[in-house]
Design a protein around this ligand. Structure first.
Ligand SMILES: *Cc1c(COP(=O)(O)O)cnc(C)c1O
Length: 371
C-alpha cells in the first residue's frame, strides 16, 4: 500500500464549522486574552468533563508546570512519579524547581505501582504525580489512601485520559489537580492547548493569573507569572471538536476492538486487558512484542513496519529516568519493570477515521514478520 500510516492523525471538525467561529473572531478583533471563545469553550468543557473547576492553558506542558508552581512548595521538594511517560511529565517537575523521585510501574497497565510508593516517601516528599498512561487509569483509590495518610498532594498527568470516567466519575475529579493535554495528537485537540481541573477553590486566583504574567487586574500584579494563555483560535477549535468528541471516541473504540480481535491470532503480540471500572477513550493502541514467542524483537518489528509505510512509535522509550542530563536533578531509582516494558512496547496507528481495511493491512503486515 502506498498510503502512509502515522501513529495518529488529528481530529478536525468540518471546515465550515471552524470558519463560522472565525467569523465572530474577525468581527470582534479579539484574538487572545480570555475573549468570548475562551469563555464559551471553558464552560462547555467544564460541563463535558464533569468537574467543579477548570483553567485553560496554551498547552498541556505549561499547565502541568504551573500546577506544580501553584502549590508553592519549598525548592527541592520531592515528587514521586514514573519514568514511563512523555518527557514533559519529568521536565515539568524539574522546571518547577522540584525533584523527581522515580517509582516503578505495573507490568499490566503501565501506571504507577502503588505498592512501591510508600518506601520512596521521605521528609521532603510533597507530591505524588502519577500518569494515566495511554488512558489507563491509575489505582486512584489506593493513591488517595496513601496521599491522605502521608499528607501529600496528588497531581495527575491526565494528558492521555480526556473524557474518561472511573466508576462513572469524570477522571478530572481525582487528586488535587489533573492536567489534560489538547495537543493535535491527542484524542481531543485545540491544535495546541491544555487545562487543569482542580479541587481546592483557593487555587483559583493563582491558576488564573499564573498563565497571564501574574496580572490580577489592570493595576494589580500578584505573583511572578508567565505567558501560557489559550488564544481565541485554539478555543474556537476546541468548541468545534467538542461537538464531535463522543463520535470520535466511539470510532476509536471500534478500531481498538478490531485490532484486539485481529492481533489475538498472532502469537507473541500482546494487547492489554480493559479495566471494567473505566469508560476508556481508546487514545492509543499499545502492544508488547514478546520476542521469545514472536521471533523478532520490538526494534526489528518497528523497522520492518516502516518498509510497509507503517510508522508505529516506541512510546515510551527511552525512559525519562535514563536521560543522563537529569541524573543530578532526580532520584533515578530502580525501575526494572518500566525498563522491560520500554524495551518491548510499540504503539500502533489509531485515530478516529482509520478504516477496517487499514487495520487489516497493518495486522497482516505484523503477522508476516513472525518468525
Ligand atoms: C502530550 C503530553 C504532555 C504535554 O502536553 P502538551 O499539550 O503537548 O504540552 C504531557 N504528558 C504526557 C504524558 C503527554 O502525552
Amino acid at each position: 500500500m502506498n498510503k502512509r500510516f502515522d501513529v495518529t492523525k488529528p481530529s478536525m471538525p468540518p471546515i465550515e464549522e471552524y470558519i463560522e467561529e472565525l467569523g465572530t473572531i474577525w468581527s470582534s478583533r479579539w484574538l487572545t486574552n480570555m475573549g468570548e471563545k475562551y469563555a464559551v469553550f471553558s464552560s462547555r468543557l467544564k460541563e463535558y468533563l464533569n468537574v467543579n473547576s477548570i483553567q485553560l492553558f496554551c498547552n498541556g506542558h505549561n499547565a502541568l508546570e504551573l500546577a506544580l508552581i501553584s502549590l508553592d512548595l519549598p525548592k527541592g521538594s520531592e515528587v514521586i512519579t514514573t519514568p514511563f511517560t512523555f518527557v514533559s511529565t519529568t521536565f515539568a517537575i524539574i522546571r518547577a524547581g522540584l525533584r523527581p523521585v522515580f517509582c516503578d510501574i505495573n507490568e499490566d497497565d503501565f501506571t504507577i505501582d502503588t505498592s512501591k510508593i510508600e518506601s520512596l516517601i521521605s521528609e521532603k516528599t510533597r507530591v505524588i504525580l502519577p500518569v494515566h498512561v495511554y488512558g489507563n487509569v491509575c489505582d486512584v483509590e489506593k493513591i488517595e489512601e496513601i496521599s491522605n495518610s502521608n499528607n501529600l498532594k496528588v497531581v495527575y498527568d491526565a494528558a492521555h485520559a480526556f473524557g474518561e470516567k472511573y466508576d462513572e466519575i469524570g477522571i478530572g475529579n481525582f487528586g488535587d489537580i489533573s492536567m489534560f493535554s489538547f495537543h493535535a495528537t491527542k484524542v481531543f485537540n485545540t491544535i495546541e492547548g491544555g487545562c487543569l481541573c482542580y479541587k481546592d477553590e483557593d487555587l483559583q486566583d493563582k491558576l488564573r493569573t499564573l498563565p497571564n504574567f501574574g496580572i490580577k487586574s489592570e493595576e494589580e500584579i500578584e505573583l511572578i507569572g508567565t505567558n501560557a494563555k489559550m488564544n481565541e483560535f485554539q478555543a474556537a477549535m476546541g468548541i468545534c471538536n467538542l461537538r464531535h468528541i463522543d463520535d470520535a471516541i466511539e470510532k476509536r473504540k471500534n478500531a481498538y476492538h478490531e485490532y484486539v480481535d485481529r492481533l489475538a491470532d498472532i502469537d507473541g503480540i500482546e494487547t492489554g486487558i480493559p479495566n471494567d471500572m473505566v469508560s476508556s477513550n481508546y487514545a492509543y493502541m499499545p502492544v508488547c512484542v514478546n520476542a521469545d514467542i514472536y521471533g523478532i524483537n520490538r526494534d526489528d518489528l518497528y523497522d520492518k513496519l516502516k518498509e510497509y509505510n507503517i510508522y508505529a512509535r516506541k512510546y515510551f522509550y527511552p525512559l525519562t529516568n535514563s536521560l543522563q542530563f537529569i541524573s543530578n536533578l532526580a532520584d533515578v531509582g530502580q525501575t526494572p519493570v518500566a525498563e522491560s516494558v520500554a524495551s518491548k512496547i510499540l504503539t500502533l496507528p489509531i485515530y478516529e477515521d482509520i478504516s477496517s481495511t487499514d487495520i487489516e493491512y497493518i495486522c497482516e503486515c505484523i503477522k508476516l514478520q513472525r518468525k
